[in-house]
Design a protein around this ligand. Structure first.
Ligand SMILES: Cc1ncc(COP(=O)(O)O)c(C=O)c1O
Length: 488
């Protein structure tokens, strides 16, 4: 990522801060950790994440949230401590500094995600879900403009169907196989909607938050060429992979920054083509998005952007941007840029190692302890494993039980439906049950009707600070489960 090199006050501050980056290393190594320090990565983990080993935590929930590096907190703190930042978009120096930070953060997002600034714009949102909602509420859905989604979608994507149905648009799901790979083609599913032209909105999940399986993003371009608008949910993919929006050629993408570099929470981005933004009709405007509101009267003009004449497009979220957190986004993206390529390789190694080691753990009677869900194709896997644990008679163990046992050993993992009920049901071979079970059921009704106590899987996920020790501690935990009778 290349930050702006103009002569702004902010750039000067950044230069100074970069200079002071070398001083960040005033962390005393924990003696056991220092003893084990062997590689550049060990040093990185000690300097940036010593709290993991000092607390004895085995953190395996990077798909939930990444952990923030120490240097990011320090740089952010130092910047805030030294500068006067006011509410942006005014002429005071305090305000102008915030506006410059905002501009630089926007450019940083475009650079990091390789999105051409002549085509794409950045709307800062509170998270990925808020970006999806902004599009859903403003997209011109209609009887011939459907919403097309993967079954393997986070609930925040399913929520978009509320807006589609209000506009009498169909919501069409394309099916996902229990390998985690997509079976029906989204554009084929929606191909009957209109002979040509604009057929609706396809929302792709680039990487499953349940299985960690990466989808074929060549389909985005195919959908676009077939006349669909396209959004890519890169919330999971971007945690351990470099993403190029120019290559994917999507009309829009959504992301949450805490999933990449852990801090700050409450900030994400909707990165979208200006042309796509012009199709949107917002049902609401607020301070920050508008230039003029005629009162009394109906005229509204937008603050900035390619078309200022009407209340069609938007360039920021409503109300004041989280401007104090934006310096941390600039630093965080720079941090990611430095580490992401190595991170991708390291996570792949950890996943391969853990998959192989887990797959051979068995009870004395030969029954496997764990089913690892999803394709065996290592190239299609991100940093996540979806697991079902078994008793020694082969029956499934309630995922919640594994989370409790893991938690007793300071292993942070996740269990349940993971905000992606369809994919979880598919992995558990329950898709048909869910489809035929009726509507208006609470989760406990659903369990009762299905005659089960639990419906979910166990998820472990590696990320920016993960090392082999983390994987080995999880594997030792699993081996103990296979030798004891705790799960029977
Ligand atoms: C693939 C995917 N999409 C969307 C989301 C929603 O992200 P957020 O809750 O940050 O809005 C998540 C969160 O886990 C996710 O993993």
């Amino acid at each position: 990522m290349t930050p702006n090199t103009n002569n702004s006050i902010f750039t000067k501050y950044l230069r100074k801060l970069r200079h002071s980056e070398n001083k960040v290393d005033h962390v005393k190594p924990h003696k056991d950790i220092a003893k084990n320090e062997k590689t550049e990565f060990d040093r990185f983990r000690r300097e940036e994440y010593s709290r993991i080993d000092e607390s004895g935590t085995v953190y395996l929930d990077y798909a939930g949230a990444a952990l923030y590096p120490r240097s990011l907190l320090i740089k952010h703190y130092e910047f805030l401590e030294k500068h006067i930042l006011g509410n942006p978009h005014s002429a005071s120096s305090a305000s102008m500094l915030s506006s410059q930070v905002e501009l630089q953060a926007r450019q940083g997002v475009l650079d990091y995600f390789d999105a051409d600034s002549d085509q794409y714009m950045v709307v800062f949102t509170s998270n990925a879900s808020a970006g999806l909602k902004l599009v859903a509420e403003a997209y011109p859905f209609g009887p011939d403009k459907a919403l097309i989604l993967s079954e393997d979608s986070h609930n925040s994507l399913h929520g978009m169907r509320k807006y589609a149905s209000q506009a009498t648009a169909q919501t069409i799901y394309y099916e996902v196989h229990d390998t985690g790979l997509k079976v029906t083609n989204a554009t084929e599913s929606g191909g009957h909607l209109a002979p040509s032209g604009e057929r609706g909105l396809v929302v792709f999940t680039a990487q499953s938050n349940v299985t960690g399986i990466k989808q074929d993003l060549g389909l985005v371009e195919k959908a676009r060429l077939a006349g669909f608008d396209t959004i890519v949910d890169i919330a999971a993919l971007a945690t351990t992979s470099r993403v190029s929006i120019n290559s994917i050629k999507a009309d829009a993408a959504v992301v949450s920054f805490y999933k990449l570099f852990g801090y700050p929470t409450g900030l994400g981005a909707l990165i979208m083509k200006q042309k796509f933004a012009q199709k949107l009709r917002r049902p609401y405007f607020g301070g920050g998005t508008i230039e003029t509101v005629q009162v009394p009267g109906n005229n509204v003009t937008m603050t900035e952007g390619p078309s200022r004449s009407t209340y069609k497009i938007f360039t920021s979220q409503d109300g004041t941007t989280n401007f104090l957190a934006l310096p941390a986004v600039i630093y965080g993206l720079r941090f990611m840029d430095e580490h992401i390529d190595k991170l991708e390789v390291r996570v792949r190694t950890l996943i391969d190692f853990t998959r192989q080691a887990l797959s051979i753990i068995r009870y004395k009677n030969g029954i496997r302890l764990v089913t690892i869900h999803g394709t065996d194709d290592a190239a299609r896997r991100g940093g996540t494993l979806a697991l079902t644990f078994h008793k020694s008679n082969g029956d499934d163990v309630a995922c919640e039980k594994i989370e409790v046992l893991a938690n007793n050993e300071k292993i942070s993992l996740r269990s349940g439906c993971l905000c992606n009920p369809a994919m979880t049901a598919i992995l558990l071979k329950r898709r048909n049950d869910i489809q035929t079970i009726g509507e208006h059921l609470t989760f406990s009704d659903l369990l009762e009707k299905m005659g089960v106590d639990s419906l979910g899987i166990v998820r472990i996920s590696f990320g920016i600070a993960s090392n082999h020790e983390d994987a080995k501690k999880f594997l030792s935990f699993a081996k103990r489960l296979a030798t004891g009778l705790e799960l029977d």
